[in-house]
Design a protein around this ligand. Structure first.
Ligand code: SF4
Length: 332
């Protein structure tokens, strides 16, 4: 039997993923650690899995930063946290008309999912009512799926959002359980897992992902992918840290485009059937290699992120078209 580090064996990993078998830690580390000359064979193998489940379809999502700054938590990567001095907009939850205007913009950008994201530890009763009111109207007038991201969520709150027609709820694990305390101290990894479990129990689709580039080891990255496979997250946003001046992680070293692509391939191998979304940091981490990311991932955000800019929507659409891939139409 050939060793996993041989060139041809990437396709064996793809076959293993397609059989539903989990990659071993050694195999996962091989994907992340091989020489950059192995990149194209690795991406080709990831594409075998991606295309089996998703063809050449690309899902687009759009973020609305519905409440910005003012967060009492201390997440080291976040420009909106209490320990950040970054100059970010600070405002309370947007009114209904603004949330509806965002939904119309998502439609214009061909984004099938509209993500309403609010800073904070979790939603207040008033914020939850406001989001539910806006979602009810969006759902009755537009063919959009709604994803909410409002922080830690109890069972009763999750049930109310599900009943209002929120399709998906995002709550990222962000990093590995081992690395978690070095990133955030005001809430725990276990609390994040509990929120994802509450989302699943409510019937909403669980979305949970990671941020790469926060001092984690390759073993941590494989563990993150294992954790999300275990949690059975339907949608996995993979962010690449943007070291924002004024945040505790401002001096972090940027990851290379090659490393970012290998991470995406790893997530495709370990979570083969899931929607894997290249998220924050796509443009600045992958730079000119952005289009290659779609050989592993099947989803992008279009437009700006929470407090950092994305590239022009037309440029995203053009990249997808140039690859011969196709934007997935709205599907309710
Ligand atoms: S990631 Fe969320 S919970 Fe953490 S500081 Fe930022 S807004 Fe607050």
């Amino acid at each position: 039997m050939r060793h996993v580090t041989d060139v041809m064996d990437w396709e064996q990993l793809a076959d293993k993923a397609l059989r539903g078998e989990r990659l071993t830690l050694e195999e996962g580390l091989a994907v992340l650690g091989r020489d950059d000359k192995q990149l194209l064979p690795i991406m080709q193998a990831a594409y075998m899995v991606r295309s089996y489940y998703y063809g050449n379809k690309v899902k687009l999502n759009m973020i609305m930063n519905a409440k910005s700054g003012l967060c009492p938590e201390d997440c080291g990567y976040c420009s909106q946290s209490i320990v950040s001095s970054a100059a970010v907009p600070k405002y309370t939850l947007l009114d209904k008309e603004s949330l509806l205007a965002g939904a119309r913009e998502a439609m214009a950008r061909q984004a099938g999912t509209y993500c309403i994201v609010a800073s904070g530890r979790g939603p207040t009763p008033r914020e939850l009512d406001q989001v539910i009111d806006a979602v009810t109207e969006i759902r009755s007038t537009m063919p959009l799926k709604i994803c909410a991201c409002l922080g830690l969520l109890r069972n009763d709150q999750a049930e109310r959002l599900a009943a209002a027609g929120v399709h998906r709820y995002n709550h990222n694990l962000n990093t590995s359980q081992t690395n978690y305390a070095s990133i955030t101290t005001t809430h725990s990894y276990e609390q994040r897992v509990e929120t994802v479990e509450n989302v699943k129990a409510s019937g909403m689709s669980p979305c949970s992902g990671v941020i790469i580039g926060m001092g984690e080891s390759d073993t941590d990255i494989v563990e993150m992918a294992y954790a999300l496979r275990e949690l059975d997250a339907d949608s996995i946003p993979v962010n690449f840290l943007i070291p924002i001046p004024g945040t505790p992680l401002e001096s972090s070293t940027r990851i290379t485009p090659m490393h970012a692509l290998k991470v995406l391939a790893l997530f495709r191998f370990i979570c083969p059937t899931k929607e894997i979304r290249v998220s924050g940091g796509r443009e600045s981490s992958l730079r000119h290699l952005q289009p290659l990311s779609l050989y592993a991932a099947n989803s992008w955000f279009v437009g700006d992120y929470l407090t950092t800019g994305g590239q022009e929507v037309n440029a995203d659409h053009q990249m997808i078209e140039d690859l011969g891939f196709e934007i997935e139409k709205y599907a309710i």
